[in-house]
Design a protein around this ligand. Structure first.
Ligand SMILES: Nc1ncnc2c1ncn2[C@@H]1O[C@H](COP(=O)(O)OP(=O)(O)OP(=O)(O)O)[C@@H](O)[C@H]1O
Ligand SMILES: [Mg+2]
Length: 234
């Protein structure tokens, strides 16, 4: 089976070599847990190998994503210039335009551009557009099915719900996706600072680590510490 490396060494090891090609993986996490950082690294590490990437940003501006990536040393500009990387920004404030773009232009773009790696960041803002639960479910299923059919390997960023750090806000994507990677904070009573931990909650078609491992966001992006242990009750 072909695997797509996330570009984060210890996470790839937890995944037994990477995400199975063509899989849709959701990254669930609260604000600031590093979801976008992980997704940007995933796309960038493909670009350096000559793999085309498409980043669908819902709300966050292209310039901001490019700027924050540059701070980690990931330069997207050459890939925008040579046509192997595209960022599409959709605004949740222009509901009708966003829905129309996702329904009509996106399938065409994915077909013609044929990215090897795709990110939607975050799907939550798209899900929020629909008040009606049935409609939300239907639109999400349609989008995921279209991405699945394209054969691209994708990361779908989801904000976690208020009730549980393991669940997405609307509790749908984790059931449809092939994989779920959870990023969360640990705040133990004895702890002097917050710790961040990562786990692979689900990954179809491959064996993977079940361990909960600490990670940091450093000047080089996300660094997972596979050799470290988490102790105690949280
Ligand atoms: N250059 C940097 N060096 C070190 N840590 C950084 C750097 N830039 C950001 N961070 C850390 O990463 C966090 C934000 O990461 P990121 O934007 O990927 O999170 P996110 O989960 O996408 O958040 P949101 O839900 O708000 O979109 C910051 O709160 C900070 O702790
Ligand atoms: Mg983000």
């Amino acid at each position: 089976m072909e695997r797509v490396k996330t570009g984060i060494a210890d996470l790839d090891e937890m995944l037994n070599g990477g995400i199975p090609q063509g899989c849709i993986t959701t990254i669930i996490g609260g604000f600031g847990t590093g979801k976008s950082t992980l997704a940007l690294k995933f796309v960038h590490s493909g670009l350096v190998k000559g793999e085309k990437g498409l980043y669908i940003s819902i709300e966050q501006k292209e310039e901001d994503l490019i700027k924050s990536s540059a701070l980690f040393g990931w330069d997207f500009k050459p890939y925008i210039n040579n046509g192997t990387f595209k960022i599409i920004r959709l605004s949740p404030t222009f509901l009708k335009t966003t829905i129309a773009k996702i329904e009509s232009e996106l399938p065409e773009l994915i077909k013609t551009f044929a990215p090897k790696r795709l990110v939607v960041d975050p799907i939550t803002l798209y899900e929020m557009i629909f008040d009606n639960e049935g409609e939300r479910r239907e639109q999400l299923f349609k989008l995921i099915e279209m991405i699945k059919d394209s054969g691209t390997t994708s990361l779908i960023v989801s904000e976690s719900s208020k009730e549980s750090p393991y669940m997405s806000r609307f509790g749908l994507i984790e059931y449809i996706a092939d994989g779920v990677i959870t990023l969360r904070y640990l705040r133990g009573t004895e702890m002097k600072s917050v710790a961040r931990v990562i786990e692979i909650s689900k990954m179809r078609m491959t064996e993977h680590s079940d361990a909960i491992k600490p990670y940091e966001i450093t000047k080089d992006g996300i660094v997972v510490h596979i050799g470290a242990q988490i102790f105690g009750e949280f």
